[in-house]
Write a protein that binds this ligand. Structure first.
Ligand code: HEM
Length: 499
């Protein structure tokens, strides 16, 4: 029975240790002028918040749930609450949509924050070690490896873009008499590189990649119990994704071993093989960049088409701007250059506004790498700094930040590209992230998406939303997309038939 006093002794030690650290941190917080912040109501382990998130996921309302939490706490505290604590499945997170806190995490206090273990348990099983799953040296290596792939010449090469665009156009045939397309789910076309406008087989890579991403977000929701979501299917999906990419990696390695000449145009994988020959690293870097580039840009384009279909005046304004700058639809696309797209101001305002209301990455998270603080959210008025212990996870949502009336005016929820006229962009608008980990593909993405929009609006002079009365629902895996198919009909301009 000697173990009973031992147990009591150990428990006392643990309690003392807990009290000691609580005191140490409280002193540090006080000396830094930090104050406490509100907590979102839930149970002891945060099962209710998980249930709330799973329900919202099913209903397609996750981003709206985030906004609602901010509103509910603001009413309870009788002030604007932009930063609060929230417990989910045993983890105490901080949530913020305060630009000052986001700026601190991403830029001014960059060294105090990392992606840490959260990215490891969520993304690593599918993506391996790459730019989205690493910090410190490993991250710097990935960034240095990838950065040269985004030079202005490489992202200005729009010939390949035209080839893919023509493939997508083949999926949009028009009736020769009415010149209307049939009812088309544009989302499917934009997310999948359809071959000759055909359907994809069910066990296609993109299906596995989507399913793998769903597992990634489920692991994030289950927090400390993420292993519950790891099952036979999730492992099967990852194996399929890896096997598919490995084919290309092996081929590229073989070609370079045999000293076969590289392609005449720029190929990302060939450029990587010149720097590393490790097949696992190559696979991981490819998957990381695919994740970065595919769904984010497709999401921007999908929301763009939906908004154009729902806002005919914006459609007409954008189309006349495009025709004035680039002329009507012809096989020759030489005038649509990187520089010309950038200086087409209304096109840029339009994409800004899409990414404000429908940011491709609406929520993100960082972990405190050491004891630190964020500038706002504490005390009765929320203006005092808040204290973060090492390991504290902080969610930040640009979806919520970019819809705040305090930052974007009373009409913050209204889709209005004109609001960008002469507006300077600060930390309240962050669709591409900021600081040292700012999106590497920002210019590439805006060039790609701008190009597709120009070509589509050159060819079509009207877009009709087949279900205009339907409420917008959201799917949130890693990126934000409309939950329902975006079913539209497009009308081909008379000039096109003549070309
Ligand atoms: C509309 C399109 C896009 C949006 C809204 C977007 C947004 C973002 C955001 C929010 C991040 C930060 C993610 C994080 O915290 O880990 C990010 C990172 C990144 N993006 Fe993009 N992105 C887009 C397109 C692209 C494209 C087309 C590429 C490349 C082909 C790309 C490459 C990257 C890379 C490499 C990073 C990691 C940067 C780092 O951690 O150092 N992005 N992007």
């Amino acid at each position: 029975m000697a173990f009973i006093p031992l147990l009591i002794g150990l428990s006392c030690l643990l309690v003392l240790r807990y009290l000691w650290y609580t005191w140490v941190h409280a002193r540090k917080a006080q000396s830094w002028g930090c104050a406490s912040l509100p907590s979102y109501p839930t149970d002891l382990i945060g099962l209710n918040t998980l249930k709330e998130a799973l329900r919202a996921d099913k209903e397609g309302t996750i981003p709206l749930m985030l906004q609602r939490r901010v509103e509910e706490l603001s009413i309870r505290e009788k002030r604007r609450v932009a930063t609060f604590r929230i417990r989910q499945m045993g983890r105490e997170n901080i949530f913020t949509c305060d630009p000052a806190n986001i700026q601190a995490m991403l830029a001014t206090k960059f060294k105090d924050f990392e992606l840490g273990s959260l990215r490891q348990f969520t993304l690593h099983p599918m993506l391996g070690t790459g730019i989205f799953t690493s910090d410190g040296e490993a991250w710097a290596r990935s960034r240095a490896l990838l950065r040269p792939q985004f030079t202005r010449e490489q992202i200005s090469d729009l010939d390949l873009e035209e080839v893919h665009l023509q493939q997508a156009m083949r999926a949009l045939p028009v009736d020769p008499v009415t010149r209307w397309t049939g009812e088309t789910n544009i989302q499917a076309i934009l997310f999948q590189a359809l071959r000759n406008g055909g359907e994809l087989p069910p066990d296609h890579f993109s299906g596995y990649f989507d399913r793998g991403q769903w597992y990634v977000s489920q692991r994030a929701r289950f927090e400390k119990l993420h292993w519950l979501v790891d099952n036979k299917e999730s492992r099967y999906v990852n194996d399929k994704v890896h096997a598919y990419v490995d084919q290309f990696v092996n081929k590229a390695l073989q070609m370079s071993a045999e000293d076969k000449p590289a392609s005449s145009h720029y190929v990302f994988l060939e450029a990587l093989v010149a720097v590393t020959r490790d097949p696992i690293e190559l696979r991981s870097q490819l998957l990381n960049i695919l994740l970065a580039g595919r769904d984010t840009t497709a999401s921007l384009l999908t929301w763009s088409i939906l908004m154009l279909a729902r806002h005919p005046a914006v459609f007409q304004k954008l189309r006349s701007t495009i025709l004035a700058d680039f002329g009507p639809y012809t096989p020759n696309h030489d005038s649509i250059t990187f520089a010309a797209l950038k200086s087409c101001r209304y096109l840029q305002y339009f994409m800004n506004e899409i990414l404000r209301l429908y940011p491709s990455v609406p929520i993100n998270r960082r972990i405190a790498a050491n004891d630190t603080s964020l500038p706002q959210g504490g005390g009765p008025d929320g203006k005092s700094p808040i204290y973060l212990r090492t390991g504290q996870a902080v969610y930040y949502s640009v979806f919520v930040a970019q819809r705040q009336k305090e930052l974007f005016g009373e009409d913050a929820e209204v889709f209005n590209p004109d609001r960008w006229f002469d507006r300077r962009v600060g930390w309240e608008y962050l669709p591409f992230n900021g600081g040292p980990r700012v999106c590497l593909g920002q210019q590439f993405a805006l060039t790609e998406a701008g190009y597709v929009l120009v070509r589509l609006l050159q060819r079509f002079d009207a877009i009709e939303d087949v279900y205009p009365e339907k409420d917008i629902k959201y799917t949130l895996t890693l990126t934000l997309t409309p939950k329902d198919p975006v079913t539209v009909r497009l009308h081909e301009a008379a000039a096109v038939s003549a070309t």
